[in-house]
Structure formats: structure tokens, C-alpha cells
Design a protein around this ligand. Structure first.
Ligand code: HEC
Length: 146
């Protein structure tokens, strides 16, 4: 299961890597990221709200809204204390897995933001699905989400 997920995530990362390079500075390790006092749960709530916003933009064809929501997801702040304190299982996998999952989410979100004004809505929707898959995969890996 983990192997299958790694292969899938690697595919997403490769497809998005060109865009992710521009976003690499968001840096969860502190390299240029917006460090805030927000807890991981607060950051997650905001990510979920921005996903709803992005979805609404896709459903209505509101490219302004799509761009704004995707940009917000791509540049979310680093949670205070990182991810580790909130992880319920597989804590030993954080270093190995989080950068990959994170890159796929940021790559897809940045790609949406960069192409929101021009790409077919169906293409943007497919990238939205990549983000949602990344969110769910991380939850399956580190939370009691089942
Ligand atoms: C790096 C791994 C990771 C990624 C990527 C991730 N999450 Fe989470 N998420 C977590 C962890 C860890 C928790 C908290 C686990 C817990 O306490 O149950 C969580 C919790 C949540 C919660 C529940 C918060 C609560 O009140 O219990 C929501 C909603 C959520 N995430 C949304 C998202 C969305 C939307 C995305 C994608 C845009 C996302 N997450 C991506 C790791 C991740």
C-alpha cells in the first residue's frame, strides 16, 4: 500500500516539478516560509476552507476565485511546531514521506494559480483532484482517518 502510494505520489511530483521549483521557497524547514503561531489544526482548517473556495470557483468558472484560493493553498504557513506533535501513527515516516506529499500539493496548487486565467477548467479541476488526493494520502498515513 505504501509502495503503491509512493509510486503514485512520485508521478504527481514529477508532473508538477517544474512549477514546484518556483514554489520551493515556501520551505517547511524554515527557508522563507511564512512562520506563524498557527497550530497545525488551524492551518488544516484554513486549507480545507480554501479547498472549498477553490471548488466553488471551479463549479462557477470564477477564475479570479480559483487563482486566489490556489495561491493561498500553495503558500500556506508552516504550523507552529511542525507536523510531528500532531501525528497519530507512522511518526518515523515523516521525514521520508512529508516532503513528497507536500511537493505534490504545492506543485498542483501553484500550477492552478499560475494557469487559472488561461487553462481549461477541466484541467484545473484535474489538478484540484491531485491536491485532494495528496491531502487524503497524508491523512491516511499519519492520522486515524479510516
Ligand atoms: C503533511 C501531512 C498532511 C497534509 C499534506 C495534509 N494534512 Fe490535514 N492533517 C494532517 C494531520 C497530521 C492532521 C491532524 C491529525 C489529528 O489530530 O487527527 C490533519 C488534520 C486535518 C483536518 C482536521 C482538523 C481537525 O480539526 O481535526 C482537516 C480538515 C485537514 N487536515 C485538511 C487538510 C487539507 C484540506 C489538506 C490538503 C490541502 C491537508 N489537510 C493536507 C496532516 C496533513
Amino acid at each position: 500500500m505504501r509502495r503503491a502510494m509512493t509510486v503514485m505520489m512520485a508521478t504527481v511530483v514529477v508532473s508538477a516539478s517544474g512549477v514546484y521549483a518556483e514554489e520551493a521557497g515556501h520551505g517547511h524547514e524554515g527557508g522563507g516560509a511564512a512562520m506563524t503561531d498557527a497550530s497545525l489544526i488551524q492551518v488544516m482548517h484554513d486549507l480545507a476552507a480554501e479547498m472549498n473556495r477553490l471548488q466553488f470557483g471551479l463549479f462557477t468558472g470564477n477564475r479570479y476565485q480559483i487563482e486566489r484560493a490556489a495561491r493561498s493553498i500553495a503558500s500556506h504557513p508552516t504550523p507552529k511546531g511542525g507536523v510531528k506533535p500532531y501525528v497519530k501513527k507512522n511518526g518515523d515516516q515523516i521525514k521520508a514521506m512529508v516532503p513528497e506529499i507536500d511537493a505534490s500539493i504545492h506543485g498542483a496548487a501553484a500550477a492552478i494559480a499560475d494557469t487559472a486565467r488561461t487553462a481549461p477548467i477541466a484541467t484545473l479541476a484535474a489538478r484540484y483532484s491531485e491536491i485532494a488526493t495528496g491531502c487524503v494520502n497524508c491523512h491516511l498515513m499519519f492520522r486515524d482517518a479510516d
